[in-house]
Design a protein around this ligand. Structure first.
Ligand code: ADP
Length: 242
């Protein structure tokens, strides 16, 4: 499943453009990070991909199909956003099962099917014995793994992650990074991560897109970016973050 973003532009309330003709392809199974300073447009781009924002112009093509005007709930994208925290009044299994509720019609599994799917997902995040715990009884890292399982429940066509580790302390963040990467590889879904943390982007992503003021300044593998920063901005940004 590949996503092609074509000349996407977005402004708010007639103000200056926050995204300026952004084009980008996310390849099948790839882990892509959007990295850049605060205010560079990362979240706006991710929300536009998610369908939570409508771009002013440009298109989104998923395997060639134009999804620009398909509502967010019908895109079958898995999302781990800070604003979509776990439901406090539901246990782990119920939180994961909730991910399946967005599926409609034939895509929605039977009760037994849902139970089996939840069990498989809890196994995947290595929390099989914690299904009846409530979020408040879990560590921050465990909560984030449950959020991943909830996002993966629908067998998403694309995984969208917005600063999923930022509330966690450094050590937990590091181990979670590799478990998110492992899960993404196992499932084989392409992922887009928004982060302002260079270490994180370089540790986790196949390719990193560096954003500045509504455009992608440069995109490449961590090695390519380190070895050949393509503009003074990228050079300065990488040096400052190292
Ligand atoms: P980043 O994720 O890189 O920090 P954002 O995409 O959140 O950047 O924001 C880019 C710019 O768009 C910022 O200047 C921000 O103030 C502006 N912006 C974001 N969302 C809105 C909104 N809903 N209304 C008005 N301005 C917004």
């Amino acid at each position: 499943m590949s996503l092609r973003i074509e000349t996407l532009s977005k402004s708010f309330d007639g103000g200056a453009s926050v995204l300026r003709e952004v084009s980008l392809t996310v390849h099948d199974g790839e882990f892509l990070a959007l990295l850049g300073p605060s205010g560079s447009g990362k979240t706006t781009l991710l929300n536009s991909i998610a369908g939570l924002l409508t771009p002013d112009s440009g298109r989104l093509l998923l395997d060639g199909e134009d999804i620009t005007h398909i509502p967010a709930g019908q895109r079958r994208f898995g999302m781990v956003f800070q604003s979509y925290a776990l439901f406090r009044h539901m246990n782990v299994a119920q939180n994961v099962e909730f991910g399946l509720r967005v599926l409609k019609g034939n895509a929605r599994p039977s009760k037994a099917g849902r139970r089996a799917r939840v069990a498989a997902l809890l196994d995947l995040i290595e929390m099989s014995d914690l299904g009846d715990r409530y979020p408040a009884q879990l560590s921050g890292g465990q909560q984030q793994r449950v959020a991943m399982a909830r996002a993966l429940a629908i067998d998403p066509r694309l995984l969208l992650l917005d600063e999923p580790f930022s509330a966690l302390d450094a050590q937990v963040r590091q181990s979670l990074r590799s478990s998110v990467r492992d899960l993404q590889r196992k499932v084989g879904v392409a992922a887009i991560l928004v982060t302002h943390d260079q270490t994180e982007a370089f540790a986790i992503a196949d390719r990193v897109a560096i954003m500045n003021d509504g455009v992608i300044e440069q995109i490449g593998s961590p090695d390519e970016l380190r070895q050949n920063p393509g503009s003074p901005f990228v050079r300065r940004f990488l040096e400052a973050g190292a």
